[in-house]
Write a protein that binds this ligand. Structure first.
Ligand code: ACM
Length: 559
């Protein structure tokens, strides 16, 4: 089928022409929401109702109606997120085992209505009729974790932008927003017990413009943070879209903003931590947390507030890129290593992570961390950990390639595959120097479409450990929502299809068909107001001439 209305992304499991002439949504169309489906009806009214101008009232008598039905049989057949969508007429039927499945079905219905269904108000005065082709769609996701990580620490994205991104994720059937809330360059979550985290840690005096080798500075102060009510709103907006927000508090590295606010968190026996400010440039930072009881208690208090705000089963504690130089130089850290009988500083980092792993497990949550959390670990006496020294429920975000994920899966941990070589969307999308502030690997839309989350090294029960995948959006060189849009789209669309659809192995994937369907999808993104990278390269106003990125030749990718 090549009809614009059926150019669905992500590709559903099956889509077949059905009997009858299809149906038409118009001013008479009603929504029949059986018990347990009211929130999907509400979303349809708020979203498709707004775009079309149709009132879509609750079912009274109309033949022409959208029926939302919970069906245990459909759930048994298609799983917890699967749905069936039938448009044989006179109305539309969406059935699923759960409200989540119905919601994804409603997203497909929106795509079938055409790009104008992605606007926030009708462009025709609300008079139009909205035809739907006669189809039977059966659909279910390949992976349960289909995500995007957004770094709101390097550049703050105001709350409205995060709510908008949740809408964009939902439109692509993505269901995890991993929020990177803390880093050297900013602390973005209000913690009333420690107000200086945001009063001091929430902004910086100036910002390096471009790659850290760039001579340019943006001399404007940069900052912002989410209040606890902002975060409750974000979590509720996400939940209404069947999206889980996974908060990340990055420890023990990437912590200079916290140390600037509370200098006693740093290695005070190595340097004068009172002189540290929120960092204004990029890279891996040597100023890491001190491995003291005080630091542990402080972060337990922070995490208590995090748990109260975020119902996510997973809490991300970072663990990446923690240089050990200060610990090597610190009598306090060395004494701690001796007291605990640890082998070295890597084992000290593992002890640090393990502390919060157990702390979270005791509270019914699961730790997730970058793949460095596997380093320096050894099984705990008593047998309550795996060979990595982590609770069996701990999971790993595999970012330095597949290797960490493979090791974690083999050790019995769940894995989210997000290798920087494939799905880091801060990396340039074309080799051309015209790309705005180009950094990292060249990864085109087609490259992301060729990404396979389960490497051939993992089979059987180990392959099943791959919960799914996410794209990571680090924002050092993205100082606005428009810049984030440019880096994220269209490539997140490819990631969404990789995460949702049952695609063949990369070599056999139909890139041509994907690119063809993208033609329609660009019109949806236009209607949504997404500032994506056009297939031919950046618009003039999307370029950043004169702002240094990173030369391609031989350079490691890190900004
Ligand atoms: C990372 O990119 N440092 C996880």
């Amino acid at each position: 089928m090549t009809d614009v209305l059926t150019d669905l992304i992500p590709l559903p499991r099956t889509i077949r022409p059905a009997n009858g002439g299809g149906c038409v949504l118009d001013a008479d169309t009603e929504i029949e929401a059986s018990p347990g489906t009211e929130d999907v009806a509400q979303w349809l009214r708020a979203t498709i109702g707004a775009a079309t101008g149709l009132p879509l009232p609750p079912y009274a008598a109309a033949e022409n109606r959208v029926v939302l039905r919970l069906s245990p049989e459909t759930g048994a057949q298609l799983g917890p997120e699967g749905y069936r969508l039938v448009t044989e007429g006179p109305g539309v039927l969406i059935e699923a085992g759960t409200g989540t499945g119905l919601f994804w079905g409603a997203q497909t219905l929106r795509q079938l209505l055409g790009p104008a269904a992605f606007r926030r108000a009708p462009v025709d005065g609300g008079q139009r009729k909205w035809p739907l082709p006669a189809l039977r769609i059966e659909d279910a996701p390949r992976f349960a974790w289909r995500g995007m990580m957004l770094d709101v620490a390097r550049h703050f994205m105001p709350k409205d932008g995060v709510l908008r991104y949740l809408d964009l994720l939902a439109a692509h059937k993505l269901n995890v927003l991993h929020l990177h809330l803390t880093d050297d360059q900013g602390w973005r979550i209000e913690i009333p017990r420690y107000p200086a985290l945001t009063e001091i840690g929430g902004w910086r005096e100036r910002t390096k413009l471009g790659h850290r080798a760039s001579p340019l500075w943006d001399e404007r102060p940069h900052g912002g943070f989410y209040t606890q009510d902002d975060l409750r709103e974000i979590v509720a907006h996400a939940a209404a879209r069947h999206i889980t927000v996974v908060p990340e508090i990055d420890i023990p590295g990437h912590s200079q903003a916290a140390i600037a606010a509370y200098p006693e968190l740093g290695n005070t026996d190595v340097l004068d931590t009172t002189a540290l400010k929120v960092w204004d440039t990029w890279g891996v930072n040597p100023n890491v947390l001190a491995p003291t009881d005080h630091t542990l208690r402080f972060y337990e208090h922070v995490l208590e507030e995090v748990l109260a705000l975020f119902p996510s089963p997973f809490v991300h504690i970072g663990g990446d890129e923690c240089p050990k130089d200060q610990w090597r130089a610190s009598p306090t850290a060395r004494a701690r290593i001796a007291e605990l009988g640890l082998a070295d500083e890597d084992a000290l980092q593992s002890w640090f992570i393990r502390h919060f792993d157990r702390w979270l497990a005791d509270r019914g949550r699961r730790l997730i961390g970058w793949d460095e959390i596997l380093e320096g670990g050894s099984p705990a006496p008593g047998g309550d950990t795996t060979e990595c020294g982590l609770a069996p429920g701990a999971a790993v975000s595999s970012w330095r390639g597949y290797a960490g994920g493979i090791a974690a899966a083999r050790a019995g941990h769940d894995v989210v595959m997000c290798p920087e070589q494939q799905v880091y969307l801060d990396h340039r999308q074309h080799a051309s120097p015209e790309e705005p502030v180009p950094i990292g690997y060249v990864r085109t839309l087609e490259d992301v479409y060729a990404f396979e989350p389960v490497p051939p090294e993992l089979t059987g029960e180990h392959a099943a450990r791959v919960l799914g995948t996410q794209a990571n959006v680090w924002t050092e060189v993205m100082d606005s929502q428009q810049r984030v849009d440019y880096q994220v789209f269209p490539r997140l669309t490819a990631l969404a299809e990789v995460a949702w659809s049952q695609l063949p192995p990369p070599a056999a994937r139909d890139h041509h068909d994907f690119v063809r369907r993208m033609t329609t999808h660009y019109a949806r993104l236009d209607a949504l107001g997404v500032d994506y990278r056009p297939p031919g390269g950046p618009h003039p106003w999307q370029k950043r001439p004169g702002v240094l990125g990173r030369p391609i030749d031989g350079a490691p990718p890190n900004v």
